[in-house]
Structure formats: structure tokens, C-alpha cells
Write a protein that binds this ligand. Structure first.
Ligand SMILES: Cc1cc2nc3c(=O)[nH]c(=O)nc-3n(C[C@H](O)[C@H](O)[C@H](O)COP(=O)(O)OP(=O)(O)OC[C@H]3O[C@@H](n4cnc5c(N)ncnc54)[C@H](O)[C@@H]3O)c2cc1C
Length: 551
């Protein structure tokens, strides 16, 4: 069946839903999401949203801290645009029903948390489950709008694109597509798999928005939810859009280390409130890595320090201790972390928390302008899947929810203003998806094996500390995996697991290529062969486009 809508939004996190709510004022919105609506990274966010609201604060300081974290690669105009809009977007979220925690000493004001890399207290939050509160409010509001339809368990496969030579990604022309798009001009929607029936539908739309989140699942250890397989980046890349800076993967220093805990993050806000990292002997160690900021050093520095400590000691984890703060404070400020840890037998008011670093945030992504437009007319990318230039080589904590909100707003203003530019009918009829001679994949191990191999390879060879040798080996090892997956794409009927594997492999390859090309250490990318910053690389983004991925 064909679907037609004005605005197709792929992803139901903060970026997708907040844009959907606005676009519903000017047309019909279809949000597709590959699992349930709340299966998002947004739902897991704990710390909050950075916003310069304090009396001692100023957007210039927020801008300065963001640029410092970005280590020379931020685009200053974008940083300015995003940090300056923060108060308006927070006001909007309040209007939409998000009840931010208030300052206990002055309930007129919002409570402002402290996080690493921020020179002021500026994290607006809902206790320690900010993302859950936002996700809930956005979903409730979307449910009340008749112009928004949310389709769960629908996964985007690829974009429908119009080229000078015709459509390039219909099934019968898959070969052409896999050889690279020819002068792709415009995005017309997407092919989407309905998971329940196994049918691939054609979704036609004036505007298509990739709001597909991050790619943490590329790594063995990650704080990200299962949906974070980098689909948007892989889909946009296959359609010919530019991808920038995928080598800058941010590793969060402190994920809970426990056999029964899956991807549970111990928020940076704990260190903001005085928690101290201890080695397995109970000794604080951050003073050896950043004597000035110690435990409040940036994420990359803390993650590398922990990686170093683990390699030195041969132990499985280090510890984060907040037991010197009063139990009342800890329980009130971090109720979610307290409850989850207690359920696993760890009382954080009395004992240190075992932690390890894990892949957390993709700083690079689909290249967009200040309005979220990608290289393809009619295709926008917002949220974690995009690379706007805000984060540069490393993201400042709590800037990503903010980016999702601001870029959704910018995209809305731009689309509204230029709507007539996006409404031309396609020049030709869109061919339906054709499965060709594909058959059901009866051996799930073909997926699970490669899934495992890729994630382990990325963790060991393309992780927190990299080397040219390991990156070269990773490239070699990925090549046969990619060609095997490509073969499966022709041979087997699509499933959600296979689509995710295909995208995960594509994004892994992009990260490896970009990391290999960057002959310096900067922000989230550290290589032992080039441990210093290369000043000739100042402001140079790594750009990958389908036709130039060779080297
Ligand atoms: C544990 C954790 C804590 C965090 N804490 C903070 C914090 O305190 N502050 C902060 O600023 N940031 C934080 N972050 C980062 C932040 O949460 C994310 O960057 C942000 O929520 C991303 O929002 P998004 O809308 O871009 O994507 P997401 O919220 O991840 O939503 C992506 C959506 O796209 C869907 N999707 C993906 N691929 C497809 C496809 N092919 N077809 C259909 N649907 C698809 C997914 O199912 C999902 O619905 C945290 C992240 C994690 C994991």
C-alpha cells in the first residue's frame, strides 16, 4: 500500500516529536518509529538541558564552554543560534507540560544542576529523569493532535529519491542504487517496512525528516537504547548526502557495571554534585589526569583516564563515590539512580558505584545547514543523527536535547516559510517495492553473528584509545562483512533485524574511515600514533560522501 502525507518524520524522540507538533499546524504529519513510540534515547536522558538562566550566567559563557568542549571544530554561528534559543525552548516545554524541578530555596526559579565542562550551574532538569518527563509530555501532546499519526513498528529502509536520470532506489534498480546515486536531486519520501506484516510500503511526502537518533549500538558497550543503530546516517549516506565527523564518538565515562544492568547510565550530574572516581584500591585518580578540574574534567578526558586505569589494573571497573553527601540529598536529587542501584543491591548513599565507560553520543552525522536541511532537497535531519556543527569534536554535556529542540524549531520555521518549494509532484510514478527473488532468511545466526563481530571489533579496534594499526585492521575486517551483508540484502526478504545490521555495518565503516583519515588527536578522537592536535587541521571537518569513501 502507498501512504501519502505532507510531512514524513522518521523517529519519535525529542527531535521528531517536537517538530511533528509544530508541523501539524500547517499540514498532515506522519511519524514512523521502528519500535514503540517511547523507545528512544530521549526517554533515557537523565541530566537535563543546558540553558544559561542563572544570575551569574550568560549565553556567551554557555557558548564559550560549548566551543571549548568542541575543541576547534564547532561552527560558531550554529553554537550561537542554539544556546541563545535555549530559554525560549525551555519555556515552550513548560507550556507543553514538562514540570522542571524548582530551586528548593526559591521555588520561583528552576533548579540548575552542574555538569562537567560547564563553568556555571545551568542544567535544567526534572529530578534525574528529565528525558522520560519530556518524552511523556511530547507523546501526550501528539496524541491530542488530529493532524499527527504515529505509526509504531514501522522501520524506514531507504529514501525515495528523484535523480536527473530517474528514480534510483526502486527494487528493480537496486543494482544501480548500490553503485551509487546519480545526481540525486530531491527526496520524495521513503520505503518503509511494516514489521508486523513484513510489507515494504511506499511513503510519499513533501518533506522527509530523519530524526533517527544516535549509533551507540555500533559498540559492544553503550549507554544507548537498542534502537540506536545509526539508521539515519546510513540511509542518508546511501542516498548521496554528506556525512561529517563520525569519528567523534563520545564515550560516557560512567555506565553502571553490573551483570544485570543493561546500558544504565550514572549521570554526569553525580560528579557535578561532588562524586569522586576511585581506583579499585579506593584511591581518587582524576588528579593525575587533570589536576585542575579533576573529576569535573570533560568526558573524553575522564573516559580515557578510566580506560587507562582499567588497562593498568586489569580490573573490570572503577568506582564512583557520592556516599559523602547526605543520604537525603542523594535520594532527593537522584531518585532514579538510587532506586535502580538499590534494586541491584548497591546502596549509593553508603558505598561506591562500580562503573565503566561506554559509547554514548555520536557527535558527527548528516551534514545540515542552520535550518536542518541536508544536501537533498526535501530531506531534513535533526537531533543526534545530524551534524550541525554544534558539537564539533566533542559534545558538551546536556547540549543534545537542546540541539534537538532548537533544530526542530528552525526546521519548522524554514519549512513553513518555503512550503511551496517542497510541494511539486514527482515527475514519474514511484515504483512499488519489489522483493525480486528474495526468500525468507531461515538462519538468524547470519545476523546475530555479524552483529556481535562488528560491535566487538569496534570496541577493541576503534574505541576510546585508537591506533593506526588497529584502524587499518578494522578496515580490512569490515570489508568481507559488508560484502556478506550486501549479498544478504539481495538474497533475503527484509526484516527489522537485518535492516538494523545493514545500517550498523555502514555506520561502523564510516567511523573507521573517518578515524583513519584524522591524523591527530582532538576531542573524542584519540590515537596513540598522533597524540597531539594538528593545527593545520583547525576547523577541518571530516566529510564522507558516497563517491569518495575510498580513502
Ligand atoms: C542514557 C542517556 C542519557 C542521556 N542524557 C542526556 C542528558 O541528560 N542531556 C542531553 O542533552 N542529552 C542526553 N543524552 C543524549 C540525548 O538523550 C540524545 O542525543 C537525544 O535524546 C536524541 O534525540 P533524537 O530525537 O535525536 O533521537 P532519539 O530520542 O534516540 O529517537 C530516535 C527515534 O528514531 C527511531 N528510529 C531510528 N531509526 C529508525 C528507522 N530506520 N525507522 C523508523 N524509526 C527509526 C527510534 O526508534 C527512535 O524513536 C543521553 C543519552 C542517553 C543514551
Amino acid at each position: 500500500m502507498d501512504f501519502e502525507t505532507d510531512f514524513l518524520i522518521i523517529g519519535s524522540g525529542i527531535a521528531g516529536l517536537s517538530l511533528g507538533l509544530k508541523l501539524a499546524e500547517i499540514g498532515r504529519v506522519t511519524v514512523i518509529t521502528k519500535k514503540s513510540e517511547a523507545d528512544t534515547a530521549t526517554n533515557l536522558a537523565q541530566g537535563g538541558i543546558a540553558c544559561a538562566l542563572g544570575e551569574d550566567d550568560d549565553p556567551n559563557l554557555h557558548e564559550f564552554d560549548t566551543l571549548k568542549a568542541g575543541d576547534g571544530l564547532c561552527h560558531e554561528d550554529i553554537v550561537r543560534q542554539i544556546v541563545r534559543q535555549a530559554p525560549d525552548r525551555i519555556r515552550e516545554l513548560k507550556k507543553w507540560g514538562v514540570n522542571f524541578t524548582r530551586d528548593p530555596s526559591n521555588p520561583e526559579r528552576l533548579d540548575l544542576g552542574q555538569e562537567g565542562g560547564h563553568s556555571r550551574r545551568r542544567i535544567v532538569h526534572v529530578e534525574d529523569f528529565t528525558g522520560r518527563a519530556i518524552q511523556k509530555a511530547l507523546m501526550a501532546r501528539a496524541a491530542g493532535k488530529k493532524n499527527i499519526e504515529v505509526l509504531e513498528d514501522y522501520i524506514a529502509v531507504d529514501l525515495l529519491t528523484e535523480c536527473k536520470i530517474g528514480y534510483d532506489n526502486d527494487a528493480t534498480e537496486r543494482q544501480k542504487h548500490s553503485n551509487g546515486p546519480k545526481s540525486v536531486e530531491r527526496c520524495l519520501g521513503a520505503y518503509v517496512l511494516e514489521v508486523a506484516t513484513g510489507t515494504v510500503h511506499t511513503f510519499l511526502s513533501h518533506v522527509t525528516v530523519l530524526a533517527t537518533g544516535g549509533a551507540g549500538k555500533v559498540y559492544l558497550y553503550t549507554s544507548n537504547p537498542d534502537v540506536a543503530t545509526g539508521d539515519g546516517i546510513a540511509i542518508a549516506y546511501r542516498a548521496g548526502a554528506r556525512i561529517a565527523n563520525p569519528e567523534f564518538v563520545q564515550f560516557h565515562p560512567t555506565c553502571l557495571y553490573h551483570p544485570r544492568a543493561k546500558n544504565f547510565l550514572i549521570s554526569e550530574a553525580l560528579r557535578g554534585e561532588g562524586a569522586i572516581l576511585l581506583d579499585p584500591n579506593g584511591e581518587p585518580f582524576m588528579k593525575r589526569y587533570d589536576p585542575e578540574r579533576k573529576d569535573l574534567a570533560g568526558r573524553d578526558i575522564v573516559a580515557r583516564a578510566i580506560d587507562m586505569e582499567l588497562k593498568k589494573s586489569g580490573k573490570e571497573c572503577v568506582y564512583l563515590d557520592i556516599s559523602h553527601r547526605s543520604p537525603e540529598f542523594v535520594k532527593e536529587r537522584f531518585p532514579n539512580i538510587y532506586d535502580v542501584c538499590l534494586s541491584l543491591g548497591i546502596d549509593i548513599t553508603k558505598e561506591p558505584i562500580p562503573v565503566v565507560p561506554a559509547a554514548h553520543y555520536m557527535c558527527g552525522g548528516i551534514v545540515t545547514d542552520a535550518n536542518g536541511q541536508s544536501d537533498l532537497k526535501g530531506l531534513f535531519a535533526i537531533g543526534e543523527t545530524a551534524c550541525t556543527g554544534l558539537h564539533g569534536a566533542n559534545r558538551l554535556a546536556s547540549n543534545s536535547l537542546l540541539e534537538g529542540l532548537v533544530m526542530a524549531h528552525q526546521a519548522y520555521l524554514f519549512i513553513k516559510e518555503n512550503l511551496s518549494n517542497f510541494t511539486q509532484k514527482p515527475a514519474h510514478a514511484i515504483p512499488a517495492w519489489d522483493t525480486g527473488g528474495a526468500v525468507d532468511m531461515d538462519e538468524a545466526v547470519l545476523i546475530s553473528h555479524n552483529w556481535d563481530v562488528i560491535r566487538r571489533l569496534m570496541w577493541n579496534y576503534v574505541g576510546i584509545v585508537r591506533s593506526t594499526k588497529r584502524l587499518g585492521l578494522a578496515r580490512l575486517r569490515m570489508a568481507p562483512i559488508l560484502s556478506e551483508i550486501n549479498q544478504h540484502y539481495w538474497d533475503y526478504i527484509l526484516t527489522r533485524d537485518f535492516i538494523e545490521l545493514r545500517n550498523l555495518a555502514q555506520v561502523a565503516e564510516l567511523i573507521i574511515l573517518a578515524a583513519y583519515r584524522r591524523k591527530e588527536s582532538r576531542g573524542g578522537h584519540f590515537t596513540i600514533d598522533f597524540p597531539e592536535k594538528d593545527d593545520w587541521n583547525w576547523r577541518r571537518d571530516t566529510i564522507l560522501k558516497r563517491s569518495n569513501n575510498g580513502g
